[in-house]
Design a protein around this ligand. Structure first.
Ligand code: PNS
Length: 164
């Protein structure tokens, strides 16, 4: 039985993430998508909302489970009995960011990181760009699942309304 963890903030989950989940799910018997609650980062959605969006988005992926985690990702991987972590790579910047984390995680517990290159047509999609574009009125409906798009639109409208 092979089990991998795909960790991230997923604030919110995008079609780029889903592409990686689908492809990772075909490489391992089980994939756990794990969203962290790093308090140092400014999030649009709280951990419970991010979990709900992930669960809705992964409903058609039978060997994918969605869970929250706190603390070190290597400890979560050990607790879950996962042999590997999966990360998507859009390009060189992602590699520069991910490589030291992969090396640190291997140093800490020996857990390996498997990098999957993002499908080229989704290489420009990120949660932060999706939020920025949507906040400024751009159309991101093709870049996130429909349920995420609905929540994103509602959250930004509520935030802007609240700020007025
Ligand atoms: O989507 P992100 O923000 O790039 O995800 C980063 C995440 C959550 C995967 C990373 O910050 C992480 O693994 N956090 C858990 C804390 C931890 O283990 N830190 C040491 C990493 S070497």
């Amino acid at each position: 039985m092979t089990r991998a963890v795909c960790p991230g903030s997923f604030d919110p989950v995008t079609n780029g993430h889903l592409d990686i989940f689908r492809r990772a799910a075909s490489l391992f018997d089980e994939l756990i998508v794990a969203t962290g609650s790093n308090p140092s980062k400014n999030r649009l959605f709280d951990p419970e909302e991010r979990l709900e969006m992930l669960r809705e988005a992964c409903v058609d992926l039978p060997n994918v489970t969605v869970m929250g985690f706190s603390g070190l990702i290597v400890d979560f991987c050990r607790d879950m009995g996962a042999q590997a972590m999966v990360k998507g790579l859009r390009g060189g910047n992602d590699y520069e960011y991910e490589l030291p984390m992969a090396q640190m995680n291997a140093h800490l517990t020996g857990v390996e990181t498997v990098f999957i290159p993002t499908t080229a047509s989704l290489g420009y999609v990120s949660s932060s760009l999706v939020k920025e574009v949507a906040a400024l009125g751009g159309d991101v409906s093709e870049l996130v699942p429909p349920a995420v798009h609905e929540r994103l639109t509602a959250r930004l409208a509520a935030r802007d309304g609240g700020a007025a």
